[in-house]
Design a binder for this molecule. Structure first.
Ligand code: SF4
Ligand code: SF4
Length: 194
């Protein structure tokens, strides 16, 4: 292998496992155990550092996603206050929600903060690890997108019937979030391919 490619290849290796970081990001797609979670975060940090000169647009896009999520927080909290306290089957207890690659790219590019681990263990099952006695322990911007995207049937009924524009506009904002997140992932993968 020519020397310049050998050096480049070494930069892609995790010093503790000697595996390419790209492998850490794809081999354990759900990163349910602490070691693979840490490896994925290290891999993403390393990739972003290596491409930092080309990250400006990605960081701006991630910041716009974070702003949009925060702009929905009051309305989403309002919906939750009207439905969750009386819920007989809370979704955070039964749902199998996990951070996916798009979530992690967003968290790294936005600087919103990194959770200490995946929401579920490698074996799955049980309530979400972020659930505590007062509800979700994470600010909305740090939750898996699925937690914001999912409006349960009682909440959808309110959104459809609601006159308050902050609530009735939620589904449009969710679609816009989905669009921007897809753009962010595509931009990240394109950058990595260069
Ligand atoms: S979002 Fe819906 S399903 Fe989840 S806890 Fe609240 S009311 Fe229950
Ligand atoms: S991250 Fe928070 S909102 Fe999402 S499933 Fe876990 S406890 Fe529920």
């Amino acid at each position: 292998m020519p020397a310049r490619f050998a050096v480049r290849e070494r930069m892609h290796l995790n010093s503790s496992t000697n595996k390419p970081y790209s492998q850490a990001l794809s081999a354990h797609l759900y990163w349910g155990d602490p070691a693979s979670w840490r490896e994925a975060q290290t891999g993403l940090s390393c990739i972003l550092r290596r491409h930092r000169d080309r990250c400006g647009e990605l960081f701006n896009l991630a910041a716009s996603i974070a702003d949009l999520i925060r702009s929905m927080d009051v309305a989403m909290g309002n919906l939750c206050a009207r439905t969750c306290p009386s819920c007989s089957d809370p979704c955070c207890v039964r749902a199998d929600v996990r951070y996916d690659l798009r979530d992690l790219i967003f968290l790294h590019c936005s600087g919103a903060g990194l959770p200490l681990g995946q929401t579920v263990s490698a074996s799955g099952g049980g309530a979400c690890a972020m659930l505590d006695a007062d509800g979700c322990a994470l600010p909305r911007v740090m939750r898996p997108f699925m937690c914001t995207w999912y409006l349960c049937p009682p909440q959808m009924d309110i959104v459809r019937a609601e006159a308050d524009p902050e609530i009735s506009v939620l589904t449009d904002r969710l679609e816009e979030l989905k669009r921007r997140r897809k753009m962010l992932e595509s931009g990240f993968l394109y950058m990595v391919s260069l």
